[in-house]
Design a protein around this ligand. Structure first.
Ligand SMILES: *Cc1c(COP(=O)(O)O)cnc(C)c1O
Length: 453
């Protein structure tokens, strides 16, 4: 007697590939990826993990949930504005549009009027100079670290750069600025102590090999108490006296002073104080795409642009398009979140809480004070007063891992046994998505016996 082998009932590859929904998926997924999905489902049936009858359903679910990029959009409910793990600055609408427009062929290095080669990044440069008139010239590179590497390589080389010991920071994920500087072959001449560095320390260190003075914003930490530090205003006269360029690595990228972050350095102030070159990140408080922004004296920017390393760290057309659109458009989301008034956030959060109570009557919902943060190495230790939803703690995990592909993952925080959902960084247009995510997660925690009023 022949025993029926269930494996013979596994649908054939050509059958599965011909399914209309699988054919439709090939508009966004390559044939190779789709075939991989089919093979994986067949293999699972062969090894007995699923029945042959389940293969087709598994293939359809897999092609439906698989997007072309594995990066998933999330809602940032942490109240931390420049959240490095969540991609730093969310782009403004005009910047998103500019990315899409620049995605195909574009005149990034072409002059349509003459048909000759054009200057790459001319639009981004013009927008930067309009936003920061204290700069004579500007250059956009791949990121802040690339900008610092280029500055050290082109201006200092294997000579010496003088830096205060109080400014040799690690900015996250083990990335240390002194290591970066030394990787350029540059000799780091440390002066002063962790808490105090005087102008005289810089003066005493200047020697035949000195090529530049560098001041670095300590970004993500603050030294308080018995301290002394020299900024661009103090260092500029010394640098000029010795004909050395003064480089200010500001990190977070404010172009002008901001009333909310009074201690945060900005490019205009640094340049007016006499810095020859300012370095900043495009995706921190500038609110744009990942980029390194170099602003300063025309002759210094020219030296940087001419250096071969400039090509290795150059910005791509998408970055250039998005930076320009960020600067010429309305206040980007990062600055809007920074400038949100506590009272407005309270009213918005109360109104949202009311909607949530109606949709999920069993859920315990409170609106309590909650400070936001700048994040991304800006405004260290400066609380941004505000309000947030306080929900049962088990929601934090459930919100991150929603049950269906139609729900957006929400990144919230857990504080004192509550799931805290801060609306500061949630666009108003995404409130319905947040509500759906919360309603989707609430039953799960009710099943776990938590969250009842
Ligand atoms: C963030 C930061 C950098 C690095 O900038 P990226 O754009 O992340 O490469 C360099 N210097 C300072 C002071 C920073 O805060």
């Amino acid at each position: 007697m022949i025993v029926d082998d269930p494996r013979r009932r596994i649908p054939r590859t050509d059958q599965l590939l011909a399914h209309p929904l699988v054919v439709a998926a090939t508009r966004t997924l390559s044939e190779k990826v789709v075939r991989g999905i089919v093979r994986a489902a067949q293999d699972r049936a062969r090894s007995g993990h699923i029945t042959p009858e389940q293969v087709e359903g598994e293939v359809l679910a897999a092609v439906d949930s698989r997007s072309a990029s594995s990066l998933r959009p999330v809602l940032n409910a942490t109240g931390v504005i420049v959240h490095t793990n969540l991609g730093r600055a969310p782009l403004s609408d005009p910047a998103r549009q500019a990315l899409a427009d620049a995605a195909g062929y574009t005149d990034v290095e072409f002059d349509l009027a003459t048909g000759a080669r054009g200057r790459r990044g001319a639009g981004a440069r013009a927008a930067l100079l309009a936003a920061c008139p204290a700069a004579e010239d500007a250059l956009v590179v791949n990121n802040g670290a690339g900008a610092l590497l280029l500055a050290c390589t082109a201006l200092v080389g294997t000579g010496e750069v003088i830096v205060s010991r109080g400014e040799l920071i690690e900015i996250g994920a083990g990335f240390r600025l002194p290591d970066l500087i030394q990787s350029a072959g540059t000799h780091l001449r440390e002066v002063g102590t962790t808490n105090r560095t005087h102008l005289q320390d810089y003066r005493d260190a200047i020697g035949a090999d000195t090529r530049a003075i560098l001041t670095i914003h300590t970004s993500n930490y603050r030294v308080i108490g018995f301290t002394a530090a020299q900024g661009p205003a103090e260092l500029a006269p010394l640098a000029r006296e010795h004909d050395l360029p003064l480089i200010a690595d500001l990190g977070s990228g404010l172009l002008a002073p901001d009333p909310v972050l009074r201690e945060e350095p900005d490019a205009t102030t640094a340049l007016e104080a006499g810095a020859d070159l300012v370095i900043a990140s495009g995706d921190k408080l500038l609110g744009g795409p990942q980029a390194g922004v170099l602003l300063g004296k025309a002759e210094v920017i020219a030296r940087l642009s001419r250096h071969p390393l400039a090509r290795a760290v150059r910005a791509d057309k998408l970055t250039l398009a998005a930076i320009e659109a960020t600067l010429t458009g309305p206040e980007p989301p990062v600055l809007a979140a920074l400038h949100t008034r506590a009272e407005d956030l309270r009213q918005r959060t109360e109104a949202f809480a009311e909607r949530l109570r109606q949709q999920a009557p069993g859920l315990k919902v409170e609106v309590l004070e909650h400070d936001g943060r700048t994040g991304g190495g800006g405004g260290a230790e400066v609380p941004l007063p505000g309000w947030a939803l306080h929900l049962p703690a088990a929601l934090t995990g459930a919100l991150r891992t929603p049950s269906g592909p139609e729900l957006v993952p929400v990144v919230a925080t857990t504080r004192e046994d509550a799931c805290v959902v801060d609306l500061r960084c949630i666009p108003a247009a995404a409130e319905d998505q947040l509500l759906a995510a919360l309603c989707g997660a609430a039953p799960e925690i009710e099943r776990m016996g938590e969250g009842r009023r």
